[in-house]
Design a binder for this molecule. Structure first.
Ligand SMILES: Nc1nc2c(ncn2[C@@H]2O[C@H](COP(=O)(O)OP(=O)(O)OP(=O)(O)O)[C@@H](O)[C@H]2O)c(=O)[nH]1
Ligand SMILES: Nc1ncnc2c1ncn2[C@@H]1O[C@H](COP(=O)(O)OP(=O)(O)O)[C@@H](O)[C@H]1O
Length: 418
């Protein structure tokens, strides 16, 4: 078993396990010794004698883990007996970064769990999975966890007792955010795309477009203004009007040179997708630097979007599950050019929906999520406002397009001496 797996298992009884039941996480741990405690909530409504299983993805190759986890649910549902219910699951070492592994908790609702067991044994022999089975051996409320293969090296079955556990201070996904969902350096994002080379041929084309290195410093003659905000808040309308009013250069993010591969990377799991968008920002930074020697520069989305969508996607639940204000998660990458000003457009939900309906172009899958997943939208909006770095001003995009333009022009004149 790989070295990482061995170290993973050596901490097995220090790990906390989280299972999302109806969108709310419930936590449990495992102990060598039995303690007289009630069974964790995750086993509520499990019929006596039924078996439960957990399937957690692990591999020393994080790109392989990320892609395998993205496909796991469909692969399991495609082969598990009907009636088997999956719940998102993760396991982590409290306060230990990068210790989070993800998968699913299964309740085998079939009369006999042996078809499920046979399938999972088959999976566990072939795939980067840790599979556990859960039993209440004495038919009372004491549950045990058994990790497959069924025994340690010396042949004794490794059975642990399942006990309820407290909720961690921070949402477990926060442990893996840094340089896995949100990238804080050019090299970290570039390393992910280099790791993808053999499975995503398009990664090589993106890598060829990157600057040789990232340079945060810049002494441009003209200001760089980024316009941010949720979909249909009016960014495209405002950025085009600012370009015309100021005789400015208008840059999109991701940059146009990445357009041929965007849809391809949008299909990838967060680790790869966010690295793609992060590298797009470094290319945009190079373009900003060049254009700002000749005229003011207006940018439609930049690092705020990348970080806010990544954080909003990685976490679940209400905005209170986000890392606290001031967390290092919200810091600006030290090697990424900071604009002179970031204008974040905010808009009343109903007006935004009205504008979204009026807007001709389609929606990204993430934009659709923004609409039907109210909590996701609230997390993205809150993450936008917690990001630290360049001067950032929130502007109400509710007034008419021209009124918003006049207000932002005044702001730019005031903040950027234009
Ligand atoms: N530009 C950008 N888009 C991202 C990023 N991360 C995720 N996205 C997704 O891409 C969508 C925006 O795509 P854009 O091409 O910027 O869309 P747009 O033409 O600016 O229109 P709206 O974004 O709807 O205002 C977002 O709504 C997210 O779903 C990122 O880092 N940069
Ligand atoms: N201030 C505004 N008042 C009313 N409608 C607006 C305003 N700004 C933009 N719109 C309209 O709302 C829709 C979305 O605007 P758009 O600029 O595409 O937003 P975004 O780029 O943020 O998605 C478009 O149909 C646009 O004409």
């Amino acid at each position: 078993m790989a070295r990482r797996a061995a170290s993973l298992l050596s901490h097995w009884s220090s790990r906390v396990f989280s299972v999302e039941l109806d969108g709310a996480p419930t936590y449990f741990a495992v102990r060598e010794k039995r303690r007289g405690e009630d069974a964790p909530r995750v086993f509520d409504a499990v019929r006596r004698g039924d078996r439960c299983f957990s399937v957690l993805v692990w591999s020393s190759d994080r790109v392989r883990s990320a892609r395998f986890h993205a496909q796991l649910k469909d692969r399991l549902l495609g082969r598990l007996p009907a009636g088997c219910r999956l719940s998102p699951m993760s396991s982590f070492l409290p306060n230990v970064r990068d210790s989070l592994i993800k998968g699913y908790f299964l309740k085998a609702d079939s009369p006999s769990s042996s078809p499920t067991e046979r399938l999972l044994r088959d999976f566990s022999q072939r795939d980067p999975l840790l599979v556990c089975s859960y039993l209440n051996p004495d038919n009372d409320q004491v549950w045990t966890q058994q990790l497959w293969p069924d025994a340690d090296r010396d042949g004794t079955p490794r059975v642990l007792y399942v006990v309820p556990s407290e909720a961690p201070q921070e949402h477990p996904s926060t442990l893996n955010l840094i340089n896995s969902d949100v990238f804080y350096s050019f090299e970290e994002a570039q390393a992910v795309l280099k790791q993808c080379g053999d499975i995503i041929p398009e990664a090589a084309s993106v890598l060829e477009l990157l600057p040789s290195r990232a340079e945060a410093r810049s002494e441009p003659d003209f200001p760089v203004i980024v316009v941010e905000g949720l979909d249909a808040t009016g960014k495209t309308t405002l950025t085009q009007a600012l370009r015309d009013a100021l005789g400015a250069a208008l840059l999109p993010s991701p940059p146009r040179c990445l357009s041929p591969w965007r849809a391809r990377f949008d299909q990838e799991p967060p680790l790869i997708r966010r690295a793609f968008y992060a590298l797009g920002n470094y290319i945009t930074a190079e373009n900003m630097r060049q254009e700002a020697t000749k005229a003011p520069v207006i940018v439609d989305r930049y690092w705020h979007s990348t970080a806010a969508y990544a954080i909003g996607t990685a976490l679940s639940g209400p905005p209170s599950s986000l890392p606290a204000e001031g967390s290092e998660v919200y810091r600006w990458p030290g090697d990424l050019l900071q604009p002179s000003l970031v204008v974040v457009l905010t808009l009343d939900g109903e007006e935004r929906k009205r504008r979204l309906r009026n807007r001709a172009q389609g929606e990204t899958e993430e934009e659709q999520q923004l609409d039907h997943n109210h909590l996701f939208r609230l997390r993205v909006e809150e993450a936008y406002h917690r990001i630290r770095g360049p001067a950032c001003v929130t502007v109400d995009a509710g007034p008419s397009a021209d009124q918003v333009l006049q207000q932002v022009l005044l702001l730019i004149r005031d903040k950027c001496q234009l």
